[in-house]
Design a protein around this ligand. Structure first.
Ligand code: NAD
Ligand code: HSO
Ligand code: ZN
Length: 439
């Protein structure tokens, strides 16, 4: 008999509630000491330190030159991609591109806020960005599609891909295929905390970047948190997590199938069914047991079992509105709504990285090829943070222009505000302008 959390939310004790709501991604205290040392070493010894850590953690002995993926490796890797996979990646790339093109803001806008006073904004791409594509418990060409597409559409000048090498010192051919599809030519075989540190400080081989984006394990997360004063760490994207919110009319088999999607990422992931129906919970449990027995990969089966007894499982609520309240408190990365008339709940769901409606929109689709970005905030950050988007690769500069006549009108107000805040030279820049002019 497998062990699955089944928690009645209205009567659950505080400790259980805290474990479920907190999940794994917030606690990186175990990784901080080792990651601090990695960051300090990479800052002091550059390539040499990166290569030592690559040997220690990825089991590969590379030279500095071998870290950069060569055009020959691109060509060889691309040729190894199965035609069916290539077609799928092309299809995904098309949808993801279309979605992110639609996010394009106006390059510049201006308005007259008052007579003779113009104000607006100008949008500029970030010049250099590192994209972290994980490769520990899986291979993630889709992550490169999700990161690379908005970077390319935004017009980022220098796009640098960092991804751990496999034990043979190679990059996954599908990653090379996607990079080529996107026209990204700069890639380094480096992973974990040492990759984040290398992008933050720069080494002899790996360029210093202004920002790093991409999900990763607790070592990657810890490095981003420690180096946030040196490099912009982008959105917090840690262990994957999902909620399937369902009522008594949902199909148990489909709920069970979808509950297993994100549970296979790793033992620290979370996957929850939230339902007001005890009978749905019973039926899903039954189907889960049968489905888990059919998972072929023993590592993935072990992850799923661990997730369901640790941070995942089934939450039983008293009503659909209590289920929605739980969702909003939890703020999941991925959310599936398997309630009758799912569109009618869209307004009341306020905290979720992604909201997938109905029984025919499993998380798998949005992970890979629906179009929206699958790199989403985890660990309750969906309360304030959005998915990766075009806007992560752009920044806005405010623009202002004032005529002489308008300045005269604004002057007394500006001086009054400078004086009340006690800023003398702020006020003088207005006052003395007029004195000088008349003398
Ligand atoms: N939120 C999202 O959008 C999203 C998307 C995809 C994946 N993910 C998550 O990203 C994570 C990917 O993690 P991963 O492990 O598969 O790949 P990863 O690339 O993040 O980690 C692998 C690297 O970790 C380092 N490492 C491993 N053991 C170490 C140790 N003991 N000490 C120091 N460094 C060590 C190694 O350098 C290795 O290169 C998963 O948790 C997955 O759920 C999230
Ligand atoms: N579920 C991940 C985001 O949490 C995305 C992904 C890529 N591949 C498989 N899954
Ligand atoms: Zn996934």
């Amino acid at each position: 008999m497998m062990e699955v959390n089944r928690i009645n939310w209205s009567t659950a004790d505080e400790e259980t509630k805290k474990r479920i709501l907190t999940r794994a991604s917030m606690d990186i205290s175990d990784q901080i000491p080792v990651v601090s040392e990695i960051c300090a070493n990479v800052s002091a010894r550059g390539d040499q330190a990166v290569l030592e850590y690559t040997k220690q953690f990825d089991g590969v002995n590379l030279t500095a030159i071998e870290m950069r993926v060569t055009p020959e490796e691109y060509a060889l890797g691309k040729a190894q991609v199965d035609p069916e996979v290539a077609a799928a990646l092309r299809y995904a790339a098309k949808n993801i591109r279309a979605f992110h093109e639609a996010q394009k803001p106006q390059p510049m806008w201006m308005m007259e806020v008052d007579d003779g006073i113009l104000a607006g904004e100008k949008v500029t791409p970030i010049t250099d960005v590192a994209l972290y594509v994980p490769r520990g418990k899986g291979s993630f060409p889709s992550v490169l599609l999700m990161l690379g597409t908005p970077a390319v559409v935004a017009g980022v000048e220098r796009i640098v891909v960092l991804t751990p090498p496999n034990p043979e010192g190679k990059v996954d051919p599908a990653i090379l295929f996607v990079a080529d599809l996107l026209g990204i030519t700069e890639m380094y075989k480096v992973g974990g905390a040492q990759a984040v540190a290398a992008a933050a400080y720069g080494t002899e081989t790996i360029p210093k970047c202004a920002k790093i984006l991409g999900p990763g394990n607790p070592y990657v997360t810890a490095a981003k948190r420690l180096l946030m004063g040196v490099i912009d760490p982008g959105i917090p994207a840690g262990p994957s997590e999902a909620i399937i919110v369902a009522d008594g009319l949902a199909t148990p088999y489909k709920v069970a199938l979808d509950l297993l999607i994100e549970a296979e990422h790793g033992p620290d992931s979370a996957s929850l069914l939230v339902t007001d129906s005890e009978s749905l919970a019973d039926a899903v449990l039954h189907d889960l047991e049968q489905l888990i027995a059919t998972i072929k990969n023993p590592m993935r089966r072990a992850y799923v079992l661990e997730v369901l007894r640790r941070y995942g499982g089934i939450i039983v609520t008293k009503s659909v509105s209590d289920s929605i309240a739980f969702v909003n408190e939890y703020a999941p990365e991925h959310l599936e709504v398997m309630i009758q008339d799912p569109f009618s709940y869209l307004q009341s769901i306020v905290n979720a990285g992604e909201i997938l409606l109905g029984e025919h929109t499993p998380i798998t689709l949005c992970n890979f090829l629906l179009g929206p970005n699958a790199i989403l905030p985890t660990g309750r950050h969906a309360r304030t943070v959005s998915s990766v988007s075009l806007h992560d690769f752009l920044k806005r500069s405010s623009i202002g222009y004032v005529t002489e006549k308008a300045l005269q009108r604004m002057a007394p107000y500006a001086v009054a505000m400078a004086d009340v805040e006690g800023f003398e030279t702020h006020g003088d820049a207005i006052r003395k302008r007029f004195i000088n002019k008349s003398s």
